[in-house]
Ligand binder design. Structure first.
Ligand code: UDX
Length: 437
């Protein structure tokens, strides 16, 4: 099949590369000429494990192409995926201007039947709006379907090549058949494709992300209560997760959820509700708990130093919103840094992958270390904000030597309680006993 992908951001690029890997000819369109030029020369604009290899393989096989010319790509394709940004407006609602502008262009440019596939996360009713815009420009028949993306950053290739399910919202038989053909390599291996109407499909994406955000937040509240009563959240988590109605995944407490999806989608769903005169009470509570959770360790650090951290040096391990990505959108590290700076602390941060992105927004307001141990030189405390693998089994003796005081505030529950204790550290994590030495 010949497919156009409009937008080569995270979702567009991964979707395009995956569809090429499945044997289709894929034309990726973007208005950013520099980016398109780079991709033509084999430069992957994002960091994602295993993506580069698959990307280069498909360029080489002449199944993956890049252009700024939408018309040229459209003329070659029967199916057009829209993978455009839908950034949150000031009130949190998704801004559809990019999607609708491209729909308008497609309406003006198309010369034969097309299936327009909404891949971006878009509010309920967007398929109808895209349909209206295109229909106002052409009499040529077309269909609009919703096909949300569920991939996780850091696992984009894995998730897109082996999704838990494919959701397709389509009301025309012709479009349904085309989508079934595209995803036949998946259904063949037992991955379910779930057909439904467009609105249900659009809502499925928001509901799935919001549910996961609620699940994490629920566990964060349980963790906070564990600390109050002297229970251990690791044990509670294992006990709960073993019930397969609950499951072990997404039950890890920490310093809140971040990233480009959960915060944005929870906000957008609350906002959609508002517009329909509907109040999402659980989601509002989730947002509220999460914003406190993100900086819950700052007051612990302050208390540890007797109420003031003025002039203290805090080392931060990890800046990305989670491990295996350079994405820092809504990262808890940033909330912590801002608050710690406000309170007069000096920050030395280390993140091998996300440092450059943080430099772009924080510049020299903080210092950057070249290694995890260098960040500890003269530090009064260490705050762990991202669960990178390299932090999992550190040399505690070396850490102790380089730090001013042996103090760890762990926002990701990286270590069994006895390990830092054996090495004489003060160790505060989330929902577990604080080790005081
Ligand atoms: C998420 C969804 O998982 C994906 O299906 C959707 O398409 C996009 O949004 P992503 O944002 O890449 O993916 O990250 P994810 O791994 O889901 O983590 C989101 C946030 O939750 C991170 O900040 C992470 O640290 C936090 N988290 C996750 C926890 O605090 N505890 C957990 O148990 C799991």
């Amino acid at each position: 099949m010949n497919i156009t992908i409009v937008g080569t951001g995270y979702v567009g690029l991964v979707t395009g590369t995956t569809l090429a890997e499945l044997g289709n000819s894929v034309y990726c369109v973007d208005i950013d000429e520099k980016k398109v030029e780079g991709m033509k020369n084999g430069i992957v604009p994002i960091y994602e494990p295993n993506l580069e290899e698959m990307f280069l393989r498909n360029i080489q096989a002449e199944r993956l192409f890049f252009t700024t010319d939408l018309k040229k790509a459209l003329d070659k394709s029967e199916v057009v995926y829209l993978a455009l940004p839908t950034p949150p407006g000031e009130d949190g609602s998704a801004d559809l201007s990019y999607v609708l502008r491209v729909a308008h262009d497609i309406g003006e440019m198309m010369t034969d039947y097309k299936v327009i596939v909404n891949k971006s996360t878009v509010p309920v009713g967007t398929a109808d709006r895209v349909r209206e815009v295109i229909a106002s420009k052409t009499d040529i028949p077309f269909d609009v379907v919703s096909n949300p993306e569920f991939l996780r950053e850091g696992f984009a290739v894995e998730d897109s090549m082996n999704p838990s399910r494919v959701v397709v919202g389509a009301s025309s038989e012709k479009a349904k058949n085309i989508m079934a053909t595209i995803y036949q390599p998946f259904t063949n291996t037992g991955i379910p494709i779930i057909f439904m109407d467009e609105k249900s499909s659009e809502l499925t994406k928001y509901a799935a992300n919001s549910f996961l955000a609620v699940k994490i937040t629920f566990m964060n509240e349980i963790a906070n209560y564990c600390e109050k009563v002297g229970a251990d959240v690791d044990k509670v988590r294992l006990g709960m997760g073993s019930d397969d109605r609950i499951g072990h995944r997404f039950l890890f407490p920490g310093i809140g959820y971040g990233g480009s999806c959960f915060p944005k989608d929870v906000k957008a769903l609350i906002n959609s509700g508002k517009q329909d005169d509907f109040e999402f009470q659980i989601l509002k509570a989730t947002e509220n708990v999460n914003s406190h959770q993100k900086v819950i360790l700052v007051s612990e650090i302050e208390n540890y130093f007797g109420g003031s951290i003025e002039g203290k040096t805090i080392a931060i391990w990890g800046l990305a919103f989670k491990a295996n990505t350079d994405d820092i959108r809504e990262a808890s590290s940033l909330d912590n840094i801002r608050l710690l700076l406000e309170k007069g602390a000096r920050i030395v941060a280390y993140d091998a992958v996300a440092e450059n992105n943080v430099r772009k927004i924080l510049g020299d307001k903080i210092q950057y270390a070249k290694s995890m141990y260098e960040a500890l030189d003269g530090a009064d405390a260490l705050l762990i904000a991202t669960e990178w693998s390299e932090f999992k089994n550190p040399n505690f003796e070396l850490m102790a030597k380089r730090m001013n005081s042996k103090t760890i505030f762990d926002g990701r529950n990286m270590y069994p309680l006895d390990i830092p204790a054996q090495n004489g550290f003060y160790y505060k994590s989330i929902g577990r006993k604080t080790i005081v030495n």
